[in-house]
Each structure stands twice: as C-alpha cells, then as structure tokens.
Write a protein that binds this ligand. Sequence first.
Ligand code: ADP
Length: 169
Amino acid sequence: MNVTLVQGDITEQEVDAVVNAANSSLMGGGGVDGAIHRRGGPEILAECRRLRASHYGKGLPTGQAVATTAGRLPARWVIHTVGPVYSRSEDRSESLASCYRESLRVADTLKARSVALPAISTGIYGWPMDDAARIALEAVRQAGTAVEDVRFVLFDAAAYAVFEARLPG
Ligand code: ADP
C-alpha cells in the first residue's frame, strides 16, 4: 500500500472512492460533506435518503462507513463515515481510527484500488490536527486492505505540513 499526501480539494480527486466526513444524518452538512454534495449533485443525497430509510433509521453510527454513488464527481463511489466530535474529557480516538478502518473495509468490498481520505473530525468536529494525523496514519497502516493508493487530501498548507511531519520516510 502506498500512502501519499496531497494538498487540495477532495472532490477533484481522480480515484476510485472518496471518503466523506459525513454526519450521522447522511443528509449533508458543511466542510467536506457540503463540497461533496454540491459538486457530486443530487444523486448522492438521493442514495443517502434510501440508505436512511432501508438500513439506518437512526442515522449512521459514529465510526461506521457506507458507500453510495459519487454522482458527478470524478470518483466512482463516495464512502460516507461519521467521525467523533472531539472531546477533552473522553478519549474517542478508537472511534476515529475506526472511521479509517471501516472506510477501507468498505473500499475493499467495492474492489476500489485508490481511495482519497480527508482529515476526518478536524473541521467542524474540532479534533486537533496533529493528534488526528497520528491516529489517521496509524489506522491506515494497520488496516490490512487491498487498496493500493491511499491518498490523504489536506485542505490547506498547515494541515499538509502536519501530516507530512508524521509520514515516515
Ligand atoms: P468534520 O465534521 O469531520 O470535522 P469537516 O468537513 O468539517 O469534517 O472537516 C474535516 C477536514 O476537511 C478539515 O480539516 C477541513 O479543513 C477539511 N476540508 C474542508 N473542505 C474540504 C475539501 N473540499 N477537501 C478536502 N478537505 C476539506
């Protein structure tokens, strides 16, 4: 498995699957979620609604992942995962690691070879970037996936630098 870093917009990535930092409602939101639905078009939300009705009446639980079409995005699939909200008083890092593991497990079921991942939970959900990068890189390294190209897409130069400092080699 090849882990690479890119600074940019996850919606522009030409990969088999892009991972969405969704919220549990699967009905869209801000940040990565907003960008994916805006650019991918209404087909993604339509499939999210069907998933809510068929499988996730109470919403997608934190740490789990589920795939939909990618609509008009260059990717074939969007894998939606729900990161934990950062907490100072409770250690939720296992749940954040689970987002990465589950996203790659779903990617394997789709036979995706290349996957773009955002820095889950580091936006609206408030996770400090350095700690999130440590958890993300470790979770991906330990995932045991057939995905060959794992690409972290960091939105700004600061986030890119934090991930780069933690990437071995
Ligand atoms: P969460 O709710 O899990 O915190 P956000 O989408 O708010 O998710 O933010 C997650 C990370 O993604 C943040 O570091 C944010 O700066 C970054 N981000 C926001 N938009 C994009 C985008 N279009 N492509 C890649 N990363 C993005």
